[in-house]
Ligand binder design. Sequence first.
Ligand code: 13P
Length: 248
Amino acid sequence: MARRKYVVGNWKMNGLSDAVTEAQAIFAAADEHPAVDVAICPPFTLIGAMAAALPEAAIGGQDCHAAASGAYTGSVAAAMLVDAGATLVIVGHSERREGCGEGDAEVKAKAEAALAAGLNVILCVGEPRAVRESGGAIDYVLAQVRESLPVEFDPARLAIAYEPIWAIGTGLVPTVDDVAAMHGAIRAALAERIGAGAEVMRLLYGGSVNGENAAELLGAGDVDGALVGGASLTAAKFIPIVAAGAGL
Ligand code: 13P
C-alpha cells in the first residue's frame, strides 16, 4: 500500500525565538512538495510561537511526561504540548533513553499518554554500536519495538523511527541493505502484533540523513520517511531531503 512520505525535523536543543523565521521558510518551501508530510519538533520553548506563526504546520514536541500533571519539575505533559499548539511528539529518542535513563516501559507510557491527549507519536528505537557489531541489531531493536509499543493504538497515528545510535550526528550511516533489512523486520513484527494495520504505519530512518544521502535512504525498502537532526535546522539543508522524499 502507498504510504505518504514523512520527513520530520528534530531540532533537539537548538533554536531561540528568531528561529521561527527559519521554520516559516522551511514550511513555505515544503509546500512545493505536497506529496510529503513535513513536521518540525523544536524545543518546548518555541512550540507556542511556531504554532502561532504557522497554524497549518505540523509542530511537535521532542518528549512528554507520561503523567497528566503533578510534581515533576522540568517535565511537560502531553496535554501541555497540545495546549501550546503541537500535533505530534517524539518519544523514546536515544538521547533520552541513554541520557535520561528512560526504559521501554516509560517510553510506552509516554506514547500512550501522548495518543490519549490527541498527539500523533514518533516512537524511536535503535541499537548502540557494539550491538550492531555483534550482529544483534535486529533482535535488539525488535525487543525495543515490542516493549515500547502502546497496548492499543491507531496505526495511522504512530510512526516508528529507526535511529541506530552510532549513526546519530556522526556522519556514519548503515548500508541501504541494512536499513531495508531492519525496516522489513520491524514491519513484520508489527504485522504479527497488529495485523493489516502494520501496512499503514510509517517507518522512518534517522541518523546523519542529509541532502546527499536522502534519496537512497528514503528509497530503501519499507522506509517511509526520515527523522532528521542537524540537517533540519535550516531550509537550505532540510528542503533537499523533503524534495528527495517527493521524488520517490
Ligand atoms: P542527526 O540527523 O543530526 O544525525 O540526528 C538524528 C536524530 O537523532 C534525529 O532524531
